[in-house]
Ligand binder design. Sequence first.
Ligand SMILES: NC(=O)c1ccc[n+]([C@@H]2O[C@H](COP(=O)([O-])OP(=O)(O)OC[C@H]3O[C@@H](n4cnc5c(N)ncnc54)[C@H](O)[C@@H]3O)[C@@H](O)[C@H]2O)c1
Length: 466
Amino acid sequence: MKVCVIGTGYVGLVTGACLAHIGHHVICVDNNEAKVNLMKSGQSPIFEPGLSDVMQGVIQSGHLEFTTDLAAGVDHGQILFIAVGTPALPNGESDTRYVEAVARGIGQNLHSTSGYKVIVNKSTVPIGSGDWVRMIVLDGFAEKSKLAGSAVKTGGTATLERQAEPQFDVVSNPEFLREGSAVHDTFNPDRIVLGGNSAKAKGLMQDLYAPIIAREFAVDKSAATVPVVTTDLSSAEMIKYAANAFLATKISFINEVANICDRVGADVTQVAKGIGLDTRIGSKFLNAGLGWGGSCFPKDVSALVHTADDYGYDAQLMKAAISVNERQKMVTIEKLQQVLKILKGKTIGLLGLTFKPDTDDLRDAPSLVLIENLARLGAKVKAYDPIISQSGMRHGISDVIVETDPERLADGCDALVIVTEWKEFENLDYAKMATCMNIPVLIDGRNFIDQAMVEAAGFRYVGIGR
Ligand SMILES: NC(=O)c1ccc[n+]([C@@H]2O[C@H](COP(=O)([O-])OP(=O)(O)OC[C@H]3O[C@@H](n4cnc5c(N)ncnc54)[C@H](O)[C@@H]3O)[C@@H](O)[C@H]2O)c1
């Protein structure tokens, strides 16, 4: 099938490359020219395991192309994905201006002769956005037609004629991929959600995903087919927000339990194991730590709270999940203060900067809150991150010295904090690192490192809730 994906970030690029890999002809459109040029040369602008290989294969086979030309993309695709960012506004509401610009642009480039198209909201958008996108697309189409009509009219050669409306439907197809395993998740989804009012559009979407639904590209090809949940537009939009709100609340719950464990002398890792084995609870998202962040949870939970407010409902549980998380981001600072007392004049080394391992994404990373508060308290902050240290990427971070390796990081530090659970941190030369520190203290903000191993290496170990 012919597909156009507009917005080539973590979601759009992975979606475009994977759809091309399963045999579709995909044109990815982005308005960032430098990014488009980079992708044309086969390079991924983001760090995502396996993505470069998939991209290079499908670029070579001609299944994946990149352009800044929205008109060409709209013309090409029978399925048009909107996959631009929807960051949070300061009041927590979702900023839908990029979606609006794309929807208007699609409308402006549709013709009554374009043939039937499906416009897919892949971006996480507020409840009601399906109908809103339809309206904006039609507005864009009408504006363009009006302009074209008045140009003809000015020429005095024809009377203004109303063009027939373009034929399209809007489908909500929320994305559940996780950064760090986005390619794997795209080929091995737990479910595919398709929301909309048109059976024809949802049928085309099922055709598009057929090889993925049949698990042809999955790790376990013999597993049962991928469940497809078909709903109305609003329910599909709500599924995405509810999923993220649930996961964020689950983490806040175990973080709250960890804080109580800290006070009563229990070990939250044992508690999490004990409750997680209950199949009604499940063990995932029960790792206590320094709080959730990233490009989705904070903005999506805030947006859902905001939507609830708009409709006269006070979403108290979700507000509590957010406020527990805000407090949790300060727990490592409290632990540093308990061990080191005064932080002014101390040097703190952060192991990890990204919000989770295997990504280069720093959006709303807990490390940023940590850096800001340590700097405010007068500490010098250094950091080592496997990706950020190598890439030279410093966007959005200040008040931190980024070191090129863990030993340089440890040099002269009064404490280290594990901020991100990068696999390579399991096997650092902690004994060597301890010798070059002023005080070998390790605050494990992810309860990730083997306590006995780092203690044997000479560290004083402090976890979260244990
Ligand atoms: N990142 C994730 O893990 C994830 C997971 C699930 C859902 N989502 C949702 O998917 C959406 C996209 O997220 P992301 O992380 O991929 O965003 P991103 O910020 O990484 O990428 C957005 C891309 O859109 C491009 N863009 C912006 N305006 C444009 C325009 N007018 N025309 C063409 N391109 C334009 C930008 O240049 C950028 O490349 C968001 O709504 C997000 O909530 C993200």
